[in-house]
Design a protein around this ligand. Structure first.
Ligand SMILES: NC(=O)c1ccc[n+]([C@@H]2O[C@H](COP(=O)([O-])OP(=O)(O)OC[C@H]3O[C@@H](n4cnc5c(N)ncnc54)[C@H](OP(=O)(O)O)[C@@H]3O)[C@@H](O)[C@H]2O)c1
Length: 220
């Protein structure tokens, strides 16, 4: 697949880029500043010579040239970025990994949205795209640690279209070595995004990088 990552210069975007490129996908890293994207792509390629080198470009260019587009910008930039890229995203699978969270003295908390989730907001703004919520619970540090599959992680995903979810379930193999788990429609994207707040609190208390693994599933 040709996978483009919007906001791909951040830790989450670079981590996903590394894993997708490591699995042989063609990866495009996007940025507001194309020079920054090219630099990020070169740094990733330099650290892992076995990769098919990712390319870098503007977010517009990357959205335009990719088959699957991952939105990996901060929540505060989500709505504007999705609106801006809408003309390039028609008909495409758009993967939203944005966690709408706020932080105060007591720690992280989910931001409750009228739309129900960041992914549902994206779908409302992109009626001609096929939005799938995924990759919320993978800490960037784990993604960037190397190319060894994160086989103990389950990637939960949600979306309204079966074929789009199938595409993302396949993409999950690049990270964990097994398919992502279909967690239903975009109605369930809000709980997936909010769960990240729980994981961050656990991480802080136990000084770990926690993830998700479901019990009761068929053997992999
Ligand atoms: N970090 C994690 O462990 C993790 C795990 C799961 C999900 N996520 C989610 O993934 C998303 C990205 O996380 P991150 O930690 O990589 O975030 P980040 O470093 O704060 O931002 C990612 C990239 O977004 C671009 N960006 C920043 N502010 C922007 C703005 N106002 N408008 C447009 N673009 C902007 C920047 O790229 P340029 O300056 O190059 O344009 C930046 O490198 C977040 O929504 C987060 O909730 C993160």
């Amino acid at each position: 697949m040709r996978v483009g990552i919007i906001g791909g210069t951040g830790p989450q975007g670079r981590g996903l880029a590394l894993r997708f490129a490591g699995a042989g996908h063609s990866v495009l890293i996007g940025s507001r500043d194309p020079a920054q994207a090219i630099q990020s792509a070169a740094t990733l390629a330099g650290g892992f010579p076995e990769l098919t080198p990712p390319e870098g470009g503007s977010n517009d260019d990357v959205a335009n040239r990719s088959d699957v587009v991952v939105i990996a910008v901060p929540w505060a930039a989500h709505e504007e970025m999705v609106r801006t890229l809408a003309p390039y995203l028609r008909g495409k699978v758009v993967v939203d990994c944005v966690n709408p969270l706020a932080f105060d003295a007591r720690g992280p908390r989910p931001i409750l949205l009228v739309e129900g989730s960041a992914a549902a907001q994206a779908q409302a703004l992109l009626p001609d795209s096929r939005v799938v919520a995924a990759f919320h619970h993978l800490a960037a540090g784990m993604l960037l640690a190397g190319l060894t599959p994160l086989e103990h992680e389950d990637i939960l995903l949600a979306g309204n279209e079966a074929a789009a979810k199938e595409t993302v379930q396949e993409l999950c193999q690049a990270i964990t070595g097994h398919r992502g788990i279909d967690a239903g429609s975009l109605h369930n994207a809000g709980p997936l995004e909010a769960m990240t707040s729980v994981l961050l609190a656990v991480n802080k208390t136990y000084r770990v990088k926690s993830g998700i693994q479901l019990t009761g599933m068929p053997a992999r």
